[in-house]
Ligand binder design. Structure first.
Ligand SMILES: NC(=O)c1ccc[n+]([C@@H]2O[C@H](COP(=O)([O-])OP(=O)(O)OC[C@H]3O[C@@H](n4cnc5c(N)ncnc54)[C@H](O)[C@@H]3O)[C@@H](O)[C@H]2O)c1
Length: 375
């Protein structure tokens, strides 16, 4: 039951929060940071007191590294994760796990053969928000889940991002960039998705950068900038999911689960906490009078941290020989759902999802990120 040695590859924007959190957990030991631009790795290593820095190969060659945290860009996720597996390391990767089915499946097969584990973001499903909601749904507070609605709609990240082109390129768009949060949350709560139909649109084929040194430059829109998905779950539920970079009305983090005995609202799946509340059906109006619908609040259980929780869960799960929560199989199923939705949006066909995934477990009771459980 020893602490896990962690090496981070990719020292960009999101590495800051990962390094802050991972270096605060007693059960993991961040020993190296690597990047294709080694100076970035050096700066992050020095800022967070990590002893070694260099290239990705330096991290992979470091014998103290048991698990690689892959924080590179989506286009090289599979390549970097596969190199870690080939070096005999466990891997946690940022989302999406990969961009195509064949390469991603090959990664999971290689990990199986090597006896190492793959974990995939988002780890928001391990946060107190979704863990508490999952327990409440399992306890039956809204009865049998029947159908779901989710919404993510904004005017698009080109309004604030200084380098937004990649968010409108193959492998991104609102579906692949934001979909992992919504579909991972729903699959972790309700089980696998059996099929999807979708429609998409791209009303502008070119957009502009609005901020930063390249403001005014244009870039192509390669994928639909709005997608609406109709999903069927293996458990019989169905759902509608709006993912848009084209809406004047900013609204995101909407997840509603409608059950036979109530409707629950859940936290933004891009966050580790948030409001959980439900309403009961109003029932028969008394004397023709409509009663006020009352929200019943559910208090979240657990400590809120943030990104890195999935890595910590992997460290403890590996030591205990139990399954971890956010597995590569879950990441693959969610990717399969999103790619199928993309295909459905271009062909107009309803598509059955070939992959499935086992029930997503809850974290062990009383999971405390700051406890020292490993020697
Ligand atoms: N930025 C966010 O708010 C955010 C939030 C959640 C998830 N993510 C995810 O995190 C990942 C990284 O996002 P980011 O915003 O930090 O991107 P970024 O571009 O800021 O950082 C990526 C880093 O990876 C390095 N890199 C690229 N290819 C590499 C390779 N082959 N080997 C080694 N290093 C390589 C780059 O030099 C860069 O430093 C993405 O998958 C993204 O979807 C980002």
């Amino acid at each position: 039951m020893s602490r896990l040695g962690v090496g981070v590859i990719g020292a960009g924007v999101i590495s800051q929060t990962y390094l802050e959190n991972l270096t605060s957990f007693p059960d993991v030991d961040v020993v190296a940071v690597g990047d294709i631009i080694p100076e970035r790795a050096q700066a992050k290593a020095e800022e967070h007191g990590v002893p070694a820095w260099g290239t990705a190969d330096d991290v992979l060659g470091d014998p103290r590294v048991d698990l690689v945290v892959n924080l590179t860009i989506p286009q090289v996720h599979v390549e970097v994760s596969a190199a870690a597996v080939a070096a005999g390391k466990h891997v946690w990767t940022e989302k999406p796990l990969g961009l195509d089915r064949a390469g991603t499946q090959e990664l999971l097969r290689a990990a199986d053969a090597a006896g190492v584990r793959v974990g995939s973001a988002p780890d928001t499903i391990l946060g107190p928000g979704f863990q508490t909601a999952k327990r409440a749904i399992a306890e039956g507070v809204i009865g049998t889940p029947l159908f779901v609605q989710t919404a993510f709609q904004t005017q698009g990240p080109d309004l604030w991002h200084p380098e937004p082109a990649f968010l409108f390129a193959e492998g991104a768009g609102p579906l692949l960039d934001m979909g992992p949060y919504y579909f991972s949350a729903l699959v972790s709560l309700l089980g696998p998705i059996a099929g999807v139909a979708a429609r998409g649109s791209r009303w502008r084929t070119e957009r502009h950068i609005h901020t930063g040194p390249r403001a005014g430059e244009s870039f192509p829109v390669e994928v639909p900038s709005t997608v609406q998905v109709l999903s069927s779950f293996e458990g019989g539920q169905h759902g509608t999911h709006l993912l848009s970079f084209d809406s004047a009305l900013e609204r995101h983090g909407v997840i509603e689960i409608h059950g036979s005995e109530g409707t629950m609202i859940l936290p933004d799946p891009n966050r580790f906490e948030g409001r959980i509340a439900y309403v009961k059906p109003l029932g028969v109006f008394r004397d023709g009078m409509r009663t006020e619908q009352e929200w019943i609040e559910i208090e979240q259980q657990g400590t809120v941290v943030g990104r890195g929780l999935g890595v910590l869960d992997m460290a403890r799960a590996i030591a205990a020989g139990r399954p971890h929560v956010a597995t590569g199989e879950l990441g693959y199923h969610v990717l399969d759902v999103m790619l199928s939705a993309q295909e459905s949006a271009s062909t107009g066909q309803y598509l059955e999802i070939a992959s499935t995934v086992a029930d997503v477990p809850l974290l062990p009771e009383g999971f405390d990120p700051f406890a020292a459980e490993l020697g």
